[in-house]
Design a protein around this ligand. Structure first.
Ligand code: ATP
Ligand code: KDG
Length: 311
């Protein structure tokens, strides 16, 4: 394995992150006041953290665990969906907040671009009290969803989990979530946290925002001076793998006609982590990530199919 990144074979992947209900609405053209009677609306399980866990299991990771927080009204459904996807969930049930909901507006035009309206609900109420160091028993990698960093108490939980993993020598990766959220959080604050990671998986927009550089390759290279391995996701252009200040490879996307791009980044990340844990090189893992990203954009919703999911 390459220097600086621990492969961590033969151990579990623990994902800590958001578990939400997605209401995916595909509409025609730009939204305007009025009625679109041809909209297609589906309620699906989602959340970046939960999606990454499901895609890692879909990619063959034999032991994927997830720590998340949901409201009582949808806890049983989320638990069932995660188990059916091959994930071992530890869902904290919030007595006071409902499960987070994301309205995913998907333009049915050629690029299938989406807009999210997010109410994180119980998800970002994950708190240090929900953490126990025993969650790391048998874990070879901890992956954190970037959403955790945007508010308290989930930011404190992320810091607790990061410190516990580092104390045990467990490598920690993070997917920054969204450029909009990063701008709100503040780049300096994010980078201070990122120093403790061994792997960062930003989108190209997030990489540019974090560095102030307009070119995604320059941005990924610069970030890789802070975090040993940086894999920047670049939509239909695939992904960039950077290490020690240099872009080592550009991995092409797998051609796909997109239907809904929700969860493409989560699919990439889940498959990438599964491959890395199975001993792949970062370049091989990125190729697996691109395969999963293509699979995700061809589907509606942010999760992979599983037996019983109806597709
Ligand atoms: N139009 C596309 N055609 C083929 N592959 C795609 C397309 N869009 C995305 N992908 C694949 O999915 C991966 C992740 O997509 P993208 O770069 O859009 O991630 P992101 O911006 O983090 O995504 P998200 O929409 O989940 O926030 C890409 O690296 C690529 O491999
Ligand atoms: O951007 C947000 O608000 C999200 O939480 C996006 C998640 O990836 C979404 O739930 C997709 O399943």
């Amino acid at each position: 394995m390459d220097q600086g990144v621990t492969a961590g074979r033969n151990g579990a992947l623990l994902v800590v992150g958001d578990v939400v209900t997605d209401v995916v609405a595909r509409h025609r053209g730009p939204l305007a006041a009025g009625t679109d009677t041809a909209a297609v609306i589906r309620t699906l399980p989602g959340g970046a953290g939960a999606n990454v866990a499901c895609w890692a299991a879909h990619a063959g990771c034999p032991d994927v665990r997830l720590l998340g927080r949901v409201g009582a009204e949808a806890a049983a459904w989320h638990e069932r969906e995660l188990v059916a996807a091959g994930v071992r969930p530890r869902l904290v049930v919030d007595a006071e907040a409902a499960t987070g909901t994301v309205i995913c507006l998907v333009d049915s035009g050629a690029a299938a671009e989406r807009t999210f309206l997010t109410d994180s609900g119980a998800s970002l109420r994950l708190a240090p009290a929900d953490w126990s160091d025993a969650l790391l028993d048998g874990v070879a990698r901890l992956h954190l969803s970037g959403y955790l960093l945007f508010t308290e108490p989930s930011r404190a939980l992320a810091e607790t989990a990061l410190a516990a993993a580092r104390a045990r020598g467990v490598p920690v990766s993070l997917d920054p979530a969204s450029a909009g959220f990063l701008a709100e959080l503040g780049v300096e604050r994010f980078l201070a946290f990122a120093e403790g990671l061994d792997l960062l998986l930003p989108s190209r927009d997030e990489a540019c925002l974090l560095t102030g550089l307009p070119d995604p390759a320059d941005a990924a290279a610069k970030l890789s001076r802070l975090v040993p391995l940086v894999v920047a996701k670049a939509g239909a252009d695939g992904a960039l793998v950077a290490r020690a200040g240099t872009v080592l490879s550009r991995v092409p996307a797998v051609p796909a006609v997109p239907r809904d791009t929700t969860g493409a980044g989560d699919a990439f990340t889940g498959a990438f982590l599964a491959a890395l844990l199975a001993g792949a090189t970062p370049e091989e893992a990125a190729a697996r990530g691109c395969g999963a990203g293509a699979e995700a954009v061809r589907r509606v919703g942010g999760r992979p199919p599983h037996p019983g999911s109806g597709d």
